[in-house]
Design a protein around this ligand. Structure first.
Ligand SMILES: [Fe+2]
Length: 150
């Protein structure tokens, strides 16, 4: 199967940006909605807890790195934890780009477009990033980790 980035590259040049932006926005948000639930949050459990500990040391260090990546994304974009070639990868992406473009399998991500937080947090992206942990659906993150590894 062709990689998604190659598939975008074979499109006619005048439609590449539109497909990349709209398909990326669709896939990013479709995953994002499943990663949250009311009364979520708390510490991760199961395989994702072990994976975070193995790759980042502990949950607090992971949270700090995730928030830092989200905070440093200039302008609009996303921060994603993904599995790429069997390893955990934390990175931010501009606009509606997705780890899928680079062969990653996204398992946990946050929308850092201003539209995601300005009504409640105005320009305080860091407050939004910190509060977001309270709605994370760790069961779904574990589901996605299982899919990434199968
Ligand atoms: Fe969004």
């Amino acid at each position: 199967m062709l990689s998604p980035s190659y598939q975008v590259a074979v499109l006619p040049e005048d439609s590449r940006a539109a497909v990349r932006n709209n398909a990326g926005g669709h896939v990013n948000h479709t995953i994002f909605w499943t990663l949250m639930k009311p009364n979520g949050g708390g510490a991760p459990t199961g395989a994702i807890a072990d994976a975070i500990k193995g790759s980042f040391g502990d949950f607090d260090k992971f949270k700090a790195a995730f928030e830092d990546a989200g905070l440093k994304r200039f302008g609009s974009g996303w921060v994603w934890l993904s599995v790429k070639k069997g390893k955990m990868e934390l990175a931010s992406y501009p606009y509606q780009d997705t780890p899928i473009l680079d062969g990653g399998f996204p398992i946990l991500g946050n929308d850092v477009w201003e539209h995601a937080y300005y009504l409640k947090y105005q320009n305080k992206r860091v407050d939004y990033l910190k509060a977001w942990w309270n709605v994370v659906n760790w069961d779904e993150v574990n589901n996605r980790l299982k899919m990434a590894r199968s």
